[in-house]
Design a protein around this ligand. Structure first.
Ligand code: ZN
Length: 98
């Protein structure tokens, strides 16, 4: 690995039939996608290469999510992965890395 950043991978947690945390009429998957889309657009505005694991309300099984993360920049180690979650209080952390 060297210091040349290839890109930032923005992962919107959950999606599709996996809503993540819910409450107050909100679903975590939707907030994760909104936050991730904002981050992606802002990074691109700043000239920083970025890609997203999902851009719509799509269910990604853990193995597929990991495969997608690896594929986005051809398995380069010179990437930064930001996995967005907005968990409910008292919940267990459950995402790509559990
Ligand atoms: Zn989550």
């Amino acid at each position: 690995m060297n210091n040349n950043l290839v890109g930032v991978i923005v992962d919107a947690g959950h999606g599709g039939m996996d809503s993540g945390a819910t409450g107050n009429g909100l679903q975590e998957k939707d907030l994760n996608l909104q936050a991730s889309t904002y981050m992606y657009n802002r990074l691109r505005e700043l000239g920083i290469p970025a890609k997203m694991t999902r851009t719509e309300d799509e269910y990604l099984p853990k193995n597929e999510r990991i495969a997608r993360v690896k594929e986005l920049y051809n398995n380069s180690p010179n990437t930064i992965l930001v996995a967005n979650h907005i968990n409910s209080g008292g919940g267990r952390f459950s995402c790509i890395c559990d």
